[in-house]
Design a protein. Structure first.
Length: 458
């Protein structure tokens, strides 16, 4: 069911329920009022009759005259005066049957007032104590023709008004629901026109701070992120294809040239060594892709533990220097830290990989092959700075520095595949940290990593 119909049904149900309760209350309270008012008239009639019976010398004659002349004010009125159950002192309508039972009579005779109803006829009975004629029971009954008629008319008016109101509310609810949901319908139409070929298209800007406007802005932000993702994916495919194609093209070209004529053993040795280097490069690319997939996917399998950041950095830097003795580094604390200032919760293996890549890049792209590492800390963060004096990065390249396989034209002169910083960014993000790069061409690059300290309470 569409939201418009749901809102209309819900709105109509709520309003119809309130109207129904209101109409029912009006009908109930008016019915109670009519009943009390009519029984009050019956009681007045009973007292009036009792007083006439008590003080008039010939009350039967007077009652008969009033009855014959239709001077009674009540419709279908019946008056019965009883000395006992078997003896009627007076009956206004002799053909009428008794309207009360013997049990009801005994109740009246005991001094209790009776209020009863038999069909449309309403009955009032009371005990009148006369000094002249003794105690006797007076029963007055009548039909409230006009009151019941008004009650029926009120019922018809309320029922008709309720039904018409429900219809009106339903139509009004449908109309207003349509107006409220109109912006959503427009959003649906605009979104349906957006596809892979026109990702640059955006939803119309809607003024205001309501939920629909917020939805439009949020969706436009989502489209921007998707567009960036598609661009990054396209760039990734292009760069990855380039990186994979180069060693394959090199291997094929060398094999084609070699197969043109017979070669001596030394030439074949040179060929095999070159092919081995190209294959190593492809293996490195495959390993890099596996590492990137590992840190980009489900991270719940990684066991976090308490790690000392300085120990991981020194281990990574010393391993790099042992592998490439021409590389060098310095390590310094901004202020002498306490041990708890150096603790983070994370994966030591992944942090080792991230720091190793940062230090290797700094040494690789610097003429002096040296990186200065400085460790400082704030109240809640550990701040790591890696400064080199290398070739630097242009502002344009800096915007895409974390894209997988992306390498600037200057960086292509150095060995590498363009996955290192992508891995670093993913690892730091998985540790709830931040990484920023500030660089100036021909001066050097400063990589800043911020990690959250481990809480002493956990």
């Amino acid at each position: 069911m569409k939201i418009r119909y749901q809102l209309t049904f819900l709105f109509t149900t709520i309003v119809a329920s309130f109207l129904f309760v209101f109409c029912l209350s009006v009908y109930f309270f008016y019915s109670q009022f009519r009943e009390r008012e009519f029984f009050s008239r019956l009681k007045e009639k009973a007292h009036y009759t009792a007083e006439l019976w008590d003080f008039e010398e010939d009350p039967k004659k007077l009652f008969q005259f009033m009855y014959d002349m239709n001077l009674t004010s009540l419709y279908s009125e019946q008056v019965r005066i009883l000395k006992n159950w078997q003896e009627n002192e007076y009956v206004s309508d002799k053909e009428a049957e008794k309207v009360i039972s013997f049990e009801q009579y005994k109740r009246i005779a005991s001094g209790k007032q009776l209020r009863a109803r038999k069909g449309e006829r309403e009955i009032l009975g009371l005990l009148y104590k006369s000094k002249n004629k003794g105690n006797y029971v007076i029963i007055v009954s009548a039909v409230d023709k006009f009151g019941l008629g008004k009650l029926d008319t009120l019922f018809a008016i309320l029922a008709t008004g309720w039904a018409l109101s429900v219809i009106f509310v339903m139509l009004a609810g449908y109309f207003f629901a349509g107006n409220i949901l109109k912006p959503i319908s427009e959003i649906i139409n605009e979104v349906s026109e957006i596809s892979f070929t026109n990702m640059q298209k955006r939803l119309s800007n809607r003024p205001g701070k309501d939920e629909i406007s917020e939805l439009s802005r949020t969706f436009n932000q989502l489209l921007s992120r998707l567009e960036d993702s598609f661009k990054m994916q396209k760039s990734f495919v292009s760069n990855a294809s380039h990186e994979i194609r180069n060693p394959l093209a090199s291997i094929k070209a060398q094999l084609d040239v070699t197969m043109l004529k017979e070669r001596d053993v030394e030439e074949y040795g040179v060929l095999l060594k070159s092919l081995s280097q190209d294959i190593d490069r492809m293996i490195k690319i495959a390993n890099g892709l596996l590492e990137l997939a590992k840190v980009s996917g489900d991270f719940t399998f990684v066991q976090f533990e308490t790690c000392r950041v300085d120990e991981i950095i020194l281990e990574a830097a010393n391993s790099l220097v042992r592998y490439k003795p021409e590389y060098n580094f310095t390590f310094d604390y901004e202020t002498l830290p306490e041990e708890e200032d150096l603790l983070v919760s994370g994966s030591s293996d992944l942090l080792y990989s991230a720091f190793y890549n940062i230090i290797e890049n700094g040494c690789k792209y610097s003429n002096n092959h040296k990186v200065a590492i400085k460790l400082s800390f704030s109240k809640n963060e550990i701040i790591l700075q890696f400064q080199d004096q290398g070739i630097g990065i242009s502002n344009e390249d800096n915007k895409r520095i974390f894209e997988p396989f992306y390498r600037s034209e200057v960086a292509r002169e150095y060995t590498g595949i363009g996955l290192g910083l992508s891995l670093v960014q993913k690892i730091i993000q998985q540790h709830k940290g931040k990484i920023t790069i500030h660089s100036e061409e021909g001066v050097g690059t400063l990589v800043t990593v911020k990690l959250n300290k481990k809480s002493p309470y956990f």
